[in-house]
Design a protein around this ligand. Structure first.
Ligand SMILES: NC(=O)c1ccc[n+]([C@@H]2O[C@H](COP(=O)([O-])OP(=O)(O)OC[C@H]3O[C@@H](n4cnc5c(N)ncnc54)[C@H](O)[C@@H]3O)[C@@H](O)[C@H]2O)c1
Length: 332
């Protein structure tokens, strides 16, 4: 990705992180799950972070959240000394973005609220600031209808939690400029993320659509009594989950085709696979299905508190990420 400086002359200060193209100050709008995670990651990369949120307990929550995330950042090889020394809180949105080089918005998932936020940001932020929204589903095109400079806004959709999972889906709206997309990709890459630019705006973007397609079939198989939740999860983690961390669905089937690759795979097995597509499940979250899923989740996972399960999952995820990074010769 091109390493376009955010502010070639003005903000390339000596004390700004050397590898972030002049980005020194990040403003995180919305201090919930995603905002807290982004804030922690930005701090670990040396940025000065201003958090803004109308909630009275935002500062307390974010400080606690950053503390909780810090061991994960350390395990990923990121520096964690003095993180909160560069963290400040500013409830007034306009004041919070006044010095921003990057604005990452993580407010409520409602078009009207996001438009209101971005209208204020556009008026108050420096002209060079990069505008990114973490939205999981509101298109940048729709949010930018409220803006005078729609070319400045792009979706930077992380996969939760952003401080750990590499993917960021970069989704330009109809009027987002190519320069904004390039700058977003350069910055996310410098922050250790793996940005992927979508070529079209589509509801749900890509990762969540894929997750949803698989989960629909998972719900169907459990609701039909083919397997339990625990059995289905073991099937996934012992097969496609393990494989997909290394080679995605297309490369997997390319390899499945032997020397003839994907063309051979499709000729050999594609027709039979497609013949099964109309028979895939179409479950609903009706009352009996929700009751069944809830009971099985309790049976399979309920013996251990969620926080403990999440900590174990994160430890294993970090070990896997570090192993993959080593295999690819990458550094933190
Ligand atoms: N949770 C996820 O898994 C996930 C993943 C990727 C993207 N996202 C997206 O990230 C965004 C935030 O999601 P979340 O899960 O962190 O939500 P959340 O409910 O945890 O946090 C939202 C925060 O926004 C604050 N807020 C409300 N009005 C505001 C305003 N006017 N200005 C600033 N802040 C305001 C709230 O007080 C709250 O702290 C959403 O757009 C969501 O779609 C969520």
């Amino acid at each position: 990705m091109p390493d376009t400086p955010l502010t070639p002359a003005v903000h390339a200060e000596q004390d700004g992180p050397a590898d972030l193209g002049g980005c020194r100050n990040a403003t995180v709008i919305g201090a919930g799950v995603i905002g807290t995670s982004w804030a922690a990651l930005f701090l670990a990369h040396g940025l000065h972070v201003t958090v803004t949120d109308p909630r009275a307990d935002a500062e307390e929550q974010v400080r606690a959240g950053v503390e909780e995330i810090t061991p994960t950042l350390a395990a990923l090889g990121l520096p964690t000394d003095g993180l909160t020394g560069r963290l400040r809180f500013e409830p007034d949105l306009a004041a919070a973005v006044a010095d921003a080089d990057l604005v990452q918005e993580n407010g409520p998932e409602r078009l009207g609220v996001k438009q209101e936020i971005w209208r204020t940001v556009e008026q108050a932020a420096p002209a060079h600031a990069l505008f990114a929204t973490s939205t999981s589903g509101v298109p940048a095109t729709a949010i930018a209808e409220a803006l005078e400079q729609p070319e400045r806004l792009v979706v930077g959709h992380p996969f939760n939690p952003p401080h750990l999972v590499p993917l960021v889906e970069v989704v330009p709206g109809q009027r987002t400029s190519p320069e904004t997309v390039e700058r977003a990709c350069a910055l996310y890459t410098a922050l250790g993320k793996k940005p992927q630019v979508l070529r079209k705006e589509i509801p749900g973007f890509v990762a969540n659509r894929l997750q949803s397609a698989l989960f629909r079939e998972a719900v169907h198989l459990v609701a039909e009594g083919v397997v339990t939740e625990a059995e289905l999860d073991a099937i996934v983690t012992d097969s496609i989950g393990l494989r997909w961390a290394v080679a995605g669905p297309f490369q997997t089937f390319h390899l499945g085709g032997g020397p003839g690759g994907l063309p051979h795979f499709l000729a050999h097995l594609g027709t039979a696979m497609a013949a099964g597509w109309p028979h895939l499940g179409r479950p609903a979250f009706d009352e009996p299905t929700v009751a069944l899923l809830s009971q099985q989740a309790q049976d399979a996972f309920g013996a251990e508190p969620v926080a403990g399960l999440a900590a174990r999952r994160d430890r294993a995820q970090i070990a896997l990420l570090n192993a993959l990074r080593e295999d690819r010769g990458e550094t933190a």
